[in-house]
Design a protein. Structure first.
Length: 111
């Protein structure tokens, strides 16, 4: 299946305008292996890509990140929940987002 996905991405890259793909993951080496960035046989080999790395947040940055995200959605979340999410997911941005979304869906607070 991954070959089909890579071929579809390569085709879209070559022929479709105004399209951007964002591939994300916490294991960068797995993502590189999937894309085939160093494999001349990969359909995406040699295609332009831009990498953005985001390091773990500190505890305070995690709290601020979560508070701002909930505020942008107009959702009031108890500080105890924000603290718990920040403590459990130890500053990993993707997991903080995942946990916040899970809380929103579970709490039925999503607009």
């Amino acid at each position: 299946m991954s070959g089909e996905v890579l071929n579809a991405l390569a085709h879209a890259y070559d022929f479709d305008r105004n399209i951007t793909f964002i591939l994300t993951g916490s294991e960068v080496s797995l993502l590189y292996d999937f894309i085939g960035i160093e494999d001349p046989d990969s359909p995406l080999f040699g295609k332009y890509f831009h990498e953005v790395r985001i390091d773990r947040f500190t505890h305070d940055e995690s709290i601020d990140f979560l508070r701002r995200g909930f505020r942008e959605l107009g959702i009031e979340v108890p500080m105890s929940i924000i603290e718990e999410i920040a403590n459990v997911f130890d500053g990993v941005p993707g997991w903080l987002v995942y946990a916040a979304n899970a809380y929103i869906r579970g709490a039925g607070a999503y607009p």
